[in-house]
Design a protein around this ligand. Structure first.
Ligand code: BTN
Length: 262
């Protein structure tokens, strides 16, 4: 897949980005963004890489950055973030909602939505993953891996049944600058909304949640919680109806999912 360089000038003019870096190859855009955040300089900073050799996901997940896919991280300073760090979960949901809103026009009425906490699924398979990291020095890194112009023909065998790419579904490519502008504009709107009307962001995510009604197991360390998903709460937590109670789950990894009751 031929790669067209990112139009940095356009990103600076049309999005919240104050500085942008494009790399041919990085271990992980999140790691580079973290390093740059510690070094100082204008923010938000966008780091884009055509290839990652150690793309990371949540928990022990790794991220496959297939040729033609979009891998980027946005380093945000405290001025762009809610004062209450408990709202970081909403920033992570906002990233997933932004991707859904940017992608939906390209896939028309195909099923596109969110798997809590911030995966984007298209036609039942994973299109995008988000990794949020909060360095101890402050600020936030929002890392997004989006399968745009890559194809599963190049993917490791084990990913093929569960992943999806826009190129494979639509047959057409999406200019990387256009894709970044679309996602970042939606994300900026949602970031403002987190400050003014946080419950609106959670409610947008709830409407897009594809797991509602399904039985989920959420794992966090040694703690496992299983229940029927009731959607996403106003603070961004996952709502589970378990055999003992109804509860809000604030963190963890969804390890199993089924369409039946436990
Ligand atoms: C997940 O699915 O668990 C999250 C995947 C996040 C992948 C993106 S790609 C850009 C950024 N850099 C990384 O190393 N990870 C994120």
């Amino acid at each position: 897949m031929e790669w067209h360089p990112i139009d940095t000038r356009r990103l600076l003019a049309e999005t919240l980005v104050a500085r942008a870096e494009e790399h041919g190859c990085l271990a992980s855009t999140n790691d580079r963004a973290k390093e740059a955040l510690a070094d100082g300089g204008p923010l938000p900073l966008l780091v884009v890489a055509r290839r990652q050799t150690a793309g990371r996901g949540r928990g022990s997940n790794r991220w496959w950055t297939g040729p033609g896919s979009l891998a980027f991280s946005l380093a945000l300073g405290p001025d762009r973030l809610p004062d209450d760090r408990r709202q970081t979960g909403l920033v992570s949901l906002a990233a997933a909602v932004a991707v859904v809103r940017a992608v939906q026009p390209r896939v028309e009425d195909r099923t596109l939505g969110i798997h809590w906490p911030n995966d984007v699924y298209l036609e039942g398979r994973k299109l995008c993953g988000v990794l949020i990291e909060a360095p101890s020095t402050g600020g936030l890194i929002v890392g997004v891996g989006l399968n745009t112009n890559n194809t599963l023909d190049d993917a490791p065998e084990e990913l093929r049944p569960t992943a999806v790419t826009l190129l494979d579904i639509t047959g057409s490519t999406w200019d990387s600058t256009d894709a970044l502008v679309a996602v970042l504009r939606e994300f900026e709107t949602l970031l403002h909304q987190i400050i003014d009307q946080p419950e609106e962001v959670a409610s947008a995510a709830d409407r897009l949640c594809l797991q509602t009604g399904r039985t989920l197991t959420v794992t966090s360390g040694v703690n496992r919680q299983t229940g029927r998903c009731l959607g996403i709460a106003p603070d961004g937590a996952l709502l589970l109806d378990t055999p003992t109670d109804r509860r809000a789950v604030h963190g963890g990894i969804v390890t199993t999912e089924s369409s039946t009751h436990p």
